[in-house]
Design a protein around this ligand. Structure first.
Ligand code: BGC
Length: 536
């Protein structure tokens, strides 16, 4: 750990460290959040398409079961392949995105992701057989991987600390809108007797990529990326734009000095040893130190794993099939739409709660709420649920479970992974965590049909015992491992993780600055570093 006196924040108190939040700042971040629409729409449309009569009857290579009763059944392994291949592409896309974001910039990588995504969607739209559809979903997945990993990084880096949680939750809100739009479009086209039934939902995604890609040209690059690259003047200009302040204002001087000082501090603690060495940095240190890089990487990746373990995508990917199995349901498609609407309407609660209540309590309460709902659904499922009342109760508790997910774990997991990594490993840490989200998303998409399909595990509502048990793990996990990051700058989060344990983190107050520790002074013309990048 680098030496240097810890300087009391004194005049450099937390409030002065950052400019007031302007409307323009909100607009910039809200626009970036639009990337969530990709994520949600792309993962959401496929479930409906797999249930469309025209698709099942005419699409080549589905190997439908041939017995009369099962005419409309696609074998489980093909369903798994078509659904999960997107997450496989996204997994690799997200991993690569971390490097690209450090080499070419956060904004450029997102724009590149939009381009890759457009190619994948064009292939899917043109497809009339499984081979091309799967290839198109793999390529589109790559693009979604770029976008989903780097948007979190970009938003966390440009958002002001006071509203960072709320703003990153905006990304989750867009994911939910994407999912809902996909379900509604599927619903609108499902009865068409031509290829428009599936081609319209597929092709519409191009619009999201075009809007995001073109819009991002007008947004600034992340100032923290420029600091990483040692480009101080560009960092100053970018920060001035995202904060809506003059480039030489005191706010900009202070914030920039602190970002730079933190970066120098972390670089001293993290040896830079070429490409593989720098990847290795993500796994450096001991698992027992709360602030080691290894611990943070495990935290980010396991948090996203837990988010998938909540079983939420069981409802969104396989909801239509599941509701069909609850015999008394007349219109399973409509129920899927209702769950996606509950998801959208509940997410904005997190905008307020994540800043007011904090990340840790939100994740704890969310896990508890989900556990209760899931066990109720599972217990109702082992009763005689041909009874209409039992089915209605199950549906109600599934909706309450989605409410808990959407207002807590949905946004919370994304907010926390954007905050816990220090700048030298941030892009890779966020990329690894996002890749973990997709990996588990993929694993769950692959195994779910085997658990619930009538000709396979046929678990029906009993599958909620599994999700309930996994959410119990999420509760215990949060209690022991998730730190409170609310209201701190990313640099202060770094310090807090060094000085506290997850359970004591909420009481931590900023008491020193990295600029003080590193001996950096602030002057109007720019930074006067006592330590240069070369010396580190
Ligand atoms: C999850 C997705 C999920 C979505 C539902 C996201 O945070 O990562 O897997 O489909 O929330 O809203």
């Amino acid at each position: 750990m680098p030496g240097g006196a810890i300087v009391s924040m004194g005049g450099v108190d937390a409030a002065r460290m950052e400019a007031p939040v302007t409307f323009k700042t909100y607009l910039m971040c809200a626009f970036a959040a639009f990337g969530g629409i990709f994520f949600g729409y792309d993962s959401g449309y496929i479930g409906g398409v797999l249930g469309m009569d025209y698709f099942i009857e005419t699409f080549e290579g589905l190997d439908k079961a041939t017995t009369a009763a099962a005419d409309f059944v696609i074998p489980s392994w093909k369903k798994s392949l078509i659904v999960s291949i997107l997450s496989a592409g996204t997994f690799f896309g997200a991993l690569l995105a971390g490097d690209l974001a450090d080499w070419f910039g956060r904004r450029t990588t997102i724009i590149a992701g939009c381009g890759v995504f457009l190619i994948g969607v064009a292939l899917q739209t043109a497809s009339s057989a499984v081979g091309l559809l799967v290839a198109g979903r793999l390529i589109a997945g790559f693009g979604v991987g770029f976008v989903s990993a780097v948007i979190i990084l970009y938003m966390s880096e440009i958002a002001p600390r006071k509203v960072r949680g709320a703003i990153v939750s905006g990304y989750q809100f867009c994911i939910t809108i994407g999912l809902m739009l996909a379900t509604c479009v599927d619903y609108a086209t499902e009865h068409r007797a031509d290829s428009g039934s599936y081609r319209i939902p597929v092709a519409l995604q191009m619009l999201w990529a075009l809007i995001l890609g073109v819009g991002l040209f007008f947004l600034p690059e992340s100032p923290r990326y420029f600091v990483r690259k040692g480009k101080k003047e560009e960092a100053r200009q970018a920060l001035a734009r995202v904060r809506g302040q003059p480039a030489d204002s005191e706010f900009i001087n202070l914030e920039l000095t602190e970002i730079e000082a933190n970066h120098l501090y972390e670089l001293q603690a993290t040896p830079q040893e070429g490409y593989f060495g720098s990847w290795f940095n993500c796994f450096r240190g001991s698992i027992w130190e709360p602030n080691s890089n290894l611990r943070r990487t495990i935290l980010g990746t396991s948090l996203q794993m837990m988010q998938q373990w909540t079983g939420v995508n069981f409802v969104f990917y396989f909801g239509t099939t599941f509701f069909t199995q609850l015999h008394t349901i007349q219109n399973p498609f409509l129920l899927s739409i209702i769950t996606t609407i509950v998801n959208v309407l509940s997410t904005p609660i997190s905008f307020y709660a994540i800043e007011k209540v904090g990340r840790r309590p939100l994740l704890l309460w969310g896990a508890l709420g989900m556990v209760i709902c899931q066990f109720i659904v599972a217990i109702l499922g082992v009763t005689d649920y041909d009874d209409n009342k039992a089915v209605a109760a199950m549906i109600a508790f599934i909706c309450i479970y989605i409410f808990f997910f959407a207002s807590t774990w949905g946004p919370g997991a994304w907010v926390v992974i954007g905050e816990i990594f220090p700048l030298p490993i941030r892009s890779r840490g966020v990329a690894l965590s996002t890749a973990s989200n997709w990996l588990w998303n993929c694993i769950i998409a692959v195994i779910t049909p085997y658990m619930v399909d009538t000709d396979e595990g046929n678990l029906g509502p009993k599958v909620f015992f599994i999700w309930g048990a996994l959410c119990t793990c999420a509760f215990i996990y949060t209690y022991f491992l998730i730190p409170e990051t609310k209201g701190l700058t990313l640099e202060q989060v770094d310090k807090m993780m060094e000085e506290t344990t997850p359970r004591t983190s909420a009481g931590w107050k900023p008491h020193s600055t990295f600029a003080g520790e590193m001996g950096l002074s602030v002057d109007k013309a720019g930074l006067a570093p006592a330590v240069s990048h070369q010396e580190v």
